[in-house]
Design a protein around this ligand. Structure first.
Ligand SMILES: Nc1ncnc2c1ncn2[C@@H]1O[C@H](COP(=O)(O)OP(=O)(O)OP(=O)(O)O)[C@@H](O)[C@H]1O
Ligand SMILES: [Mg+2]
Length: 279
């Protein structure tokens, strides 16, 4: 084999003529994750993770393995993808965001080989390798139509996870955690559970989103109540709507504008509360 066409594991692998991942520099990651709010439990996990990586030698001395595989699970819009950017920035590593559409091939044998290539890349180049919507690859082996074929992809993943070593960190995210293969689940040394924001996280997030926008005095405390049950992603969109309304009508941000925005963004919620009132 000539030198030029030998597989080069330090070059981003391609499939279907496209790169299998998008790479973000730590600086780009920092911009994306500027407004992240983490639950106290997840904050601790990230801080500990970072502390451990900074003390690698001591861990080796004590023969305690350093964690390098994080599974994030929970409902949509709660910050899983955002956390991948955040951790990459904190560790000063590039984020390698795998592109599932490129990775997954009609021939599952090909999918397995793509998975292997992207893991080889992450072994050769220090990075945070992130596989979003991980369930698309790691569904339980006894719960799908193409059982035999799919189980080969899961087996490849298991091998890749077992052999994953070096400077890089592997992160995966899913909102279908109950459908993941148990053996895959067990391979992760760190698991982070994501939930819609509780009261104090809502307070923190609303403050960040309001930023320097002029508001009526009671706005933040009303918003914390009105946005109960919403995900961060919902809150972000609703607040944007409310800000737009404030700008076009030349007012401060008010609870009234927020209420109208909630009604427009979540019409189901209005119908539900109307139905409850009528009961
Ligand atoms: N914890 C959070 N802190 C701050 N902003 C958040 C948080 N979670 C979500 N957001 C906002 O919502 C958007 C979507 O978040 P993100 O993509 O991280 O959600 P996710 O949990 O990965 O959702 P999905 O399961 O749909 O992939 C983010 O770009 C951000 O603006
Ligand atoms: Mg996501």
């Amino acid at each position: 084999m000539s030198k030029s066409n030998r597989f080069n594991s330090s070059r981003l692998p391609t499939a279907k003529g496209m790169d299998m991942a998008t790479v973000y520099s730590p600086k780009e990651c920092s911009r994306k994750a500027k407004h992240i709010v983490l639950s106290p439990a997840n904050k601790t996990i990230i801080e500990e993770f970072q502390a451990i990586l900074a003390m690698k030698e001591q861990f080796e001395e004590h023969d305690v393995p350093v964690p390098n595989k994080i599974m994030m699970f929970g409902p949509p819009g709660t910050g899983k993808t955002l956390t991948a950017f955040y951790l990459a920035e904190r560790l000063g590593l590039p984020l390698v965001l795998a592109r599932l559409d490129t990775l997954i091939h009609a021939h599952l044998g090909e999918t397995g080989s793509n998975v292997r290539k992207i893991f080889e890349y992450a072994k050769a180049v220090p990075c945070v390798l992130f596989l979003d919507e991980f369930d698309a690859l790691a569904r339980t082996r006894d719960n799908n139509d193409e059982v035999k074929e799919m189980s080969r992809v899961v087996n490849t993943l298991l091998q890749c996870l077992d052999e994953f070593s070096g400077e890089s960190i592997f992160m995966a995210a899913t909102n279908l955690e109950t459908e993941l293969d148990h053996a895959i689940w067990r391979r992760f040394d760190t698991k982070m559970n994501y939930l819609p924001p509780d009261r104090s996280c809502r307070e923190e997030y609303i403050r960040l989103v309001v930023d320097k926008f002029e508001t009526e005095d009671v706005f933040e405390s009303r918003a914390v109540d009105l946005l109960q049950g919403c995900s961060y992603a919902d809150i972000e969109q609703i607040m944007l709507k409310a800000k737009r309304k404030a700008i076009i009508t030349g007012q401060n941000l008010t609870a009234g504008l927020l209420q109208t925005s909630i009604g427009e963004y979540l019409p189901q919620r209005n119908e539900r509360s109307l139905a409850e009132e009528l009961e």
